[in-house]
Design a binder for this molecule. Structure first.
Ligand SMILES: Nc1nc2c(c(=O)[nH]1)N[C@H]1C(S)=C(S)[C@@H](COP(=O)(O)O)O[C@H]1N2
Ligand SMILES: [Mo]
Length: 379
């Protein structure tokens, strides 16, 4: 069977029906309908990590997920400067070379998009329609932020630091630069990095060249790419990406609580071989090595369980590859012929465990529902 054979019901992008005259649902307005062309467009720009890549402890950079709200800006590294200003005692600009001459640190970090799992919610919030692949673990190299802030001098009346990227667009009808803030104490945390390399190479354009913020343990929206300025302010930042987006709400109107740290999640490398179109899995009867990785931004993962047809059992854990990165797990399944439901879930040192059905929210944030897989076992 050629890889192109598929059921006749499977439309390709080229044969999708013309867009209906009616306006598409507003971004974020939940629906039970089929995926829209706008979601397809976002999904093809912002790719996921295929789950078989969980076999790699460090995600090869082309396989790390991507999330880009607007366009990838083209930045001339010789003209680029990082501006540190606002209320700081000593405002100044840094060239990339100056930043590279400061303390250099490399840390493996598991990142995840806050919208990971969104398309699995019912009804489905209409935005980047992640399945479960909006995550990756890379080795980021850069200079720690705290000493830079010390040099700038943060006055007592500073409340937050605003991190602004070079990319600009319109979201929720509001034109803005992509920008996010952190409290002074969160920004001063020793693990926050200004990263200029990933997996041993300069940041590629799509991951924030020449410099990005990296906030381990927090959902990805915090780690501002194409960083151009850091500004100290004496109030809570009210930019769109802070005050409107990335909130736990039940409606478009409500303000809700901010989305911050990564909820625990375990994922499994899909065992056996897939069907091209349905991605259903096929394995041979006998012992099957199940494996995957698990992470949490609330603490360290201290337990992973695997479920076979409704019965949970402990998986074996490998050490974490760093304090802010995932740990591997494995489990031997004695597979008997028939169709089986496999699942996995993680618990962390803060006492959080993945639920079967976490609460629904309007923006499709932090859906860490346990992963289930249907596997057909052949004689
Ligand atoms: N300037 C800027 N920074 C950004 C974004 C963006 O669109 N613009 N997307 C954010 C979101 S939502 C996520 S999940 C991460 C994704 O980082 P990655 O594409 O390097 O995986 O970047 C964050 N930083
Ligand atoms: Mo994200």
């Amino acid at each position: 069977m050629s890889v192109e054979s598929r059921p006749p019901s499977a439309d390709t992008a080229e044969t999708l029906p013309a867009r209906p005259a009616a306006a598409p649902p507003a971004p974020g307005a939940p629906t039970d309908g089929p995926l829209t062309r706008e979601e397809l467009h976002l999904a093809s720009r912002n790719h996921a990590q295929p789950l078989e890549m969980l076999q790699w402890p460090i995600t090869p950079i082309g396989m790390h997920y991507l999330l880009i709200h607007f366009d990838i800006p083209r930045i001339d590294p010789t003209a680029w400067r990082l501006r540190i200003g606002g209320l700081v005692d000593h405002p100044r600009e840094y060239t990339l070379t100056e930043l590279k001459h400061r303390e250099r640190r490399t840390v493996p970090v598991t990142m995840e998009c806050a919208g990971n799992g969104r398309s699995l919610m019912e009804p489905r919030p209409v935005s980047q329609p992640w399945d479960r692949g909006g995550f990756g673990t890379a080795e980021w190299t850069g200079t720690p932020l705290a000493p830079l802030l010390h040099d700038a001098g943060i006055p007592a009346d500073a409340v937050e630091l605003v991190f602004t990227g070079a990319d600009r667009g319109i979201q929720g009808g509001i034109e803005h630069q992509y920008a996010r803030s952190l409290s002074v104490s969160d920004a001063m945390s020793g693990d926050v990095l200004l990263a200029y390399e990933v997996n041993g190479q300069p940041l590629p354009p799509q991951h924030g060249y020449p410099l990005r913020l990296l906030v381990p343990g927090w959902y990805g929206m915090t780690s501002v790419k194409w960083l151009s300025s850091i500004e100290a302010i004496d109030h809570a930042f009210e930019g769109y990406q802070q005050a409107v987006a990335y909130r736990f709400t039940q409606s478009a109107e409500e303000q809700g609580a901010p989305v911050q740290r990564i909820m625990p999640r375990a994922l499994m490398v899909p065992p056996g071989i897939p069907d091209f179109f349905t991605r259903e899995r096929f394995v041979d009867a006998g012992p099957v090595h199940l494996s995957g990785r698990a992470w949490s931004g609330h603490g360290s993962v201290d337990r992973v369980e695997v479920c076979v047809d409704g019965v949970w059992a402990e998986a074996e854990l490998e050490p974490a590859i760093g304090p802010h990165a995932w740990r591997g797990w494995s489990f031997t399944w004695i597979a008997s012929p028939g169709t089986h439901d496999l699942a996995c879930r993680a618990s962390d040192s803060s006492g959080l465990t993945q639920a079967e059905q976490p609460g629904w929210n309007y923006q499709g944030m932090a859906n860490n529902a346990a992963q289930h897989l249907t596997v057909t076992v052949r004689e």
